[in-house]
Ligand binder design. Structure first.
Ligand code: ZN
Length: 325
């Protein structure tokens, strides 16, 4: 296992599906709560960890938004992103495309400028260490199209520091097509487009993400495998899927890792990648996702190399930065 662990850490790779808010470790949550005088409904980091028992996406989201209350200042967002970026760089990550949820912060009075300034400082510090990072602004799909438009407008002064837009939060009952016009507006601003689809939602939501929103990458996409025509479309157009095995396990998307569709995706010729989603909540950062999935699905070193190569190919980095392995 140690040899494989070293092998995985040495593979050049990208992480394309990670929510910066999902890297908030319980210890940091406590530290920031103390600093910002935010009351927490827990008495210790251990108690927070014990609360992380989810049966579905919404269980997680309820706790996730509660935990984010501690993030208040530019310094908080810098510390959060900086800690994550240093950690994954040690795991051999060369490129990160990191999601953030402005509405989860502006909705409780934190200025977008503070969020952006903190994240930008962490991105700049990473660049100095030769880690390339892009920021993807996600709209919360349980909120309205109007609120998504307001968020996009508020982000325009930061346009140069934003790589793209995405769509996240509660999937069931919130079809991507509702955000058609805001994705069109984002495209006109020259932003790259991605969306969460097919995690809990049906294959139809993946079709909508592709054909109505025009996304270039699908975040998760597990349920696409239920639709042969959709699989063919994803394969033919080399649409990347940013798959998150440990997240899928913790949220009950798969009953156990041995039942995870990742290997099947590779066999079908799909451009699947491995990612951590919300690593502080789901029991592992990127390297752990590779290692535990490899053990459960009996993936070969060649499979792992393919997954790492896929992640660099699927990134939006210019080829010089994406350095295809
Ligand atoms: Zn996600």
């Amino acid at each position: 296992m140690t040899d494989l662990s070293e092998f995985v850490r040495e593979l050049p790779k990208a992480e394309l599906h990670v929510h910066v808010e999902g890297t908030l470790e319980p210890e940091t949550m406590f530290e920031l709560a103390r600093r910002n005088r935010v009351p927490l409904p827990y008495t210790s980091p251990a108690e927070v960890r014990r609360a992380y028992r989810f049966s579905k996406l919404q269980d997680f989201l309820d706790l996730y938004y509660a935990g984010q209350q501690v993030l208040r200042t530019e310094e908080d967002f810098f510390a959060l992103a900086d800690a994550y970026l240093r950690r994954v760089q040690a795991d051999g990550v060369r490129r990160v495309e990191m999601f953030f949820d402005p509405q989860a912060h502006t909705g409780r009075g934190v200025p977008l400028g503070a969020v952006m300034a903190g994240l930008q400082r962490a991105v700049d510090a990473a660049a100095e260490r030769s880690l390339s990072v892009g920021l993807i602004l996600c709209f919360l799909r349980h909120l309205s199209e109007r609120e998504a438009f307001e968020t996009l407008e508020a982000a325009e002064p930061f346009r140069d520091r934003i790589l793209g837009v995405g769509l996240d939060s509660s999937e069931a009952g919130h079809p991507p097509a509702r955000f058609k016009r805001v994705f069109e507006a984002a495209r006109e601003l020259g932003l790259r487009l991605v969306a969460h689809a097919g995690e809990e939602g049906p294959p139809e939501y993946v079709w909508q993400a592709l054909d109505v929103l025009g996304v270039e990458r699908v975040d998760h996409g597990n349920r696409a495998l239920e639709d042969a025509a959709l699989v063919e479309r994803l394969r033919r157009d080399r649409i990347p899927l940013t798959v998150c095995p440990l997240s899928n396990l913790e949220l009950g998307v798969v009953p156990d890792l041995a039942a995870h569709p990742l290997k099947r995706m590779l066999e079908l010729g799909l451009l699947a990648t491995v990612n951590s989603d919300d690593p502080a909540y789901f029991g592992g950062y990127l390297a752990e996702n590779y290692l535990r999935t490899a053990a459960a699905l009996d993936l070969s070193p060649e499979d792992l190399r393919t997954l790492a190569r896929n992640s660099l190919q699927a990134s939006f980095a210019p080829p010089a930065e994406g350095e295809t392995a």
